[in-house]
Design a protein around this ligand. Structure first.
Ligand code: HEC
Ligand code: HEC
Length: 219
């Protein structure tokens, strides 16, 4: 496996962010509605992440529905996902970035976009929603139409002209042109950043999407 996002040793991206202080520090339970507002706020999460519950379609960072559909399929509880998101807000990975190069991220996630109770609220909102619909959707994919599976499960992260997708989290598949066994293995087991789909798609569906990618990439 190629180490895709080679850690570059703290090359933090300085993004000027509008302050998001809301004044009201809610004590006690996290406020998901407030978390959603923050998620959608200017310069916040929505610009970089796809999340159906927020109606956001950002592609700079991973699709959060896809990322956490996998975690849910693996049996992670909502409380665990909440912790993962909260930690990610505080300590996002910082990787080498490059523009117009499908092997690299185009930007890093800045640390502490939201703090304190705001961070708790955003984490609670994401944990309650991410991957719920994504996973339900995958259950609905009853057939083995490789193109449709690709558009539902892979689009957020990969560019493939034939499917009309423009994701940039993973490599551009038109450039990579992977052979069937490579796609099949990658989709089944996942990779460094890519989630595994063996609990989300059936074997026949994995074969179908792998066949589709192998046949259409670069066309
Ligand atoms: C400038 C773009 C950008 C913004 C803004 C941003 N992120 Fe990210 N996010 C990324 C990137 C790139 C990654 C992948 C690298 C990493 O894991 O650190 C990521 C990773 C994540 C992950 C881990 C997903 C996984 O598959 O492991 C979560 C959760 C997350 N972000 C949540 C958020 C939340 C919540 C916010 C808003 C407070 C936010 N992000 C704002 C770019 C962004
Ligand atoms: C959350 C983002 C994400 C999703 C969803 C995703 N991928 Fe990936 N994919 C990646 C990343 C990132 C890589 C680079 C290697 C790694 O880190 O796993 C990658 C790598 C690949 C590779 C190259 C493997 C190799 O050996 O070079 C193929 C092929 C691939 N993905 C196909 C797919 C298909 C088909 C789907 C849908 C079933 C899919 N991916 C869904 C992020 C994603």
């Amino acid at each position: 496996m190629r180490p895709l996002f080679a850690a570059a040793g703290g090359v933090a991206l300085a993004i000027a962010l509008a302050g998001c202080g809301t004044g009201g520090i809610s004590k006690g339970a996290a406020d998901q509605e407030h978390g959603k507002k923050l998620f959608l706020g200017k310069g916040q999460c929505a610009g970089c992440h796809t999340l159906a519950a927020a109606g956001s379609t950002g592609t700079i960072g991973p699709n959060l529905d896809d990322a956490f559909a996998q975690a849910r399929a693996d049996g992670y509880k909502e409380s665990a996902i909440r912790n993962i998101v909260h930690e990610q807000i505080k300590y996002p990975g910082q990787y080498e970035v490059a523009q117009n190069n499908p092997s690299f991220l185009s930007a890093n996630m800045p640390a502490n976009l939201v703090r304190g109770q705001d961070a708790e609220d955003v984490a609670a909102f994401v944990a309650a929603n991410a991957g719920v619909q994504g996973f339900a959707e995958s259950q609905l994919i009853s057939g083995t139409n490789g193109k449709l599976i690709f558009q539902k499960k892979c689009a957020g992260c990969h560019t493939l002209k034939d499917a009309g997708t423009t994701g940039t989290v993973g490599p551009n598949l038109d450039q990579l042109m992977p052979a069937f066994p490579i796609v099949q293995k990658q989709v089944t087991n996942g990779g460094v950043k890519m989630p595994a789909f063996k609990a989300v798609l059936t074997k026949a569906q994995i074969d179908a999407v792998a066949k589709y990618v192998a046949a259409r990439a670069g066309k």
